[in-house]
Design a protein around this ligand. Structure first.
Ligand code: PMP
Ligand code: GLN
Length: 380
């Protein structure tokens, strides 16, 4: 048996969704919208199924999707990519796995910023590497050069960066990107950049991919997800965008993880990316209104809400809300007694885990937000 998996807990997202189902609670835990966006994309998928796009896709993805992803990033982020630079994966989760397996060797250290998405540390360990945590501090969650310098060692191989950041909702600024890029170039590190939330920008900000900074295109593996772009999280269509050399390496890892992803869903995502970008701003406006509605409701119920500029998520400071329970205890009693599932932040770090913060998903219909806020008020 592999002790890594013997010692591992069930992912907090699965744990909270199972608890929500068990208790019939409003699920503000795991990040998924309870509505869809584009009926045309659903129709494109149904059409692809009926028309027979049902056998193995090429391992690196349908050419039409690889071209659509490259063009999309050219249009939105000024990246100079072609199909050669793209490898389609089964969600960004597999993109992360392929990127980490392709670049991390046994004994390598990999810097992650905590609170960190829960997949990073186990994937780094599975590759034989050691995750090295740089703890960001609330409420600013800023990346400081001095913290990176303290984390580096001769064994450091890579940084796993996540921007915009889950669970905090932080969009890192140009200065912070510059610090990471400079640090990566000077120390010759690979940067695995998890940018799945790149389009969920709630206050009119622009997103800069780290690959666009000087010296970064050749050392960055960017991970993206159609699940987030189109609010179709269950489809699990994602991709890696990288230099031809890095994309080819990651594609070798990918071919023995899943080999290929559902061709009909790939065709529908390609259709969606090529359809035009008119839906983007309405989507952002919708999520911004949802965030504001949830914030207002929670504040009226006496909760201290931390600012969020991106993702589907906001954090609540339990201690500043006058609640003495820690995050896990609050989450356990909120789902069982008050009927609302939330995500505690302590599973997002091993060393300096915040124990007074919970994460809530606001990507919900108004009725769901209102029912969730009412239940939160009962959980106090
Ligand atoms: N990275 C981050 C930061 C995420 O938030 C998520 C999902 N919410 C993923 C990766 C996984 O994406 P996917 O569902 O496409 O595998
Ligand atoms: N990424 C989603 C979240 O942060 C959940 C993904 C999952 O369940 N693995 O809630």
């Amino acid at each position: 048996m592999n002790p890594l998996y013997q010692q591992m807990e069930t992912s907090v997202f699965e744990r909270m969704s199972l608890a929500a189902a068990k208790h019939g609670a409003v699920n503000l835990g795991q990040g998924f919208p309870d509505f869809g966006w584009s009926p045309e994309i659903l129709e494109a998928a149904a059409k692809a199924v009926v028309e027979g796009s049902n056998q193995y896709a090429p391992s690196r993805g349908l050419p039409a999707l690889r071209e659509a992803v490259a063009a999309h990033y050219g249009r939105h982020q000024g990246l100079d990519l072609s199909a050669e630079n793209i490898c389609v994966t089964s969600g960004a989760t597999e993109a992360l796995a392929a990127a980490i397996l392709a670049t991390v060797e046994p004994g390598d250290e990999v810097i992650i910023f905590t609170p960190a998405y829960d997949a990073y540390a186990p994937l780094i360990r599975r590759a034989g590497g050691l995750p090295v945590e740089v703890a960001l501090q609330p409420p600013g969650w800023r990346i400081e050069r001095s913290a990176l310098e303290a984390a580096i060692s001769p064994s450091t191989k890579a940084i796993v960066f996540n921007n915009p950041h889950n669970p905090t909702g932080r969009l890192f600024d140009r200065d912070e990107l510059g610090v990471i890029a400079e640090f990566a170039v000077i120390n010759e590190l690979v940067v695995i950049s998890d940018e799945v939330w790149e389009h969920i920008l709630l206050d009119g900000q622009a997103f800069t991919p780290i690959a666009a900074l000087p010296g970064m295109a050749s050392r960055t593996l960017k991970c993206g997800s159609a699940g987030k772009i189109f609010s179709l999280t269950g489809w699990k269509i994602g991709w890696l965008a990288a230099s031809t050399e890095l994309a080819t390496l990651a594609a070798r890892a990918h071919q023995f993880l899943t080999f290929a992803s559902a061709p009909n869903l790939q065709a529908a995502v390609a259709y969606g990316l090529n359809e035009g970008d008119g839906w983007l701003q309405p989507m952002r406006d919708h999520f911004a209104r949802a965030r504001d509605r949830m914030t207002a409701g929670l504040e009226a119920a006496g909760f201290a809400v931390l600012p969020s500029a991106s993702t589907y998520f906001m954090c609540v400071d339990l201690a500043a809300s006058g609640i003495s329970l820690d995050d896990e205890a609050f989450a356990t009693q909120a789902v069982a007694k008050a009927g609302v599932a939330v995500v505690p932040l302590s599973p997002f770090a091993e060393q300096e885990a915040p124990r007074h913060l919970i994460r809530l998903c606001f990507a919900k219909r108004d009725e769901t937000i209102d029912a969730g806020v009412e239940a939160m008020a009962r959980a106090r």
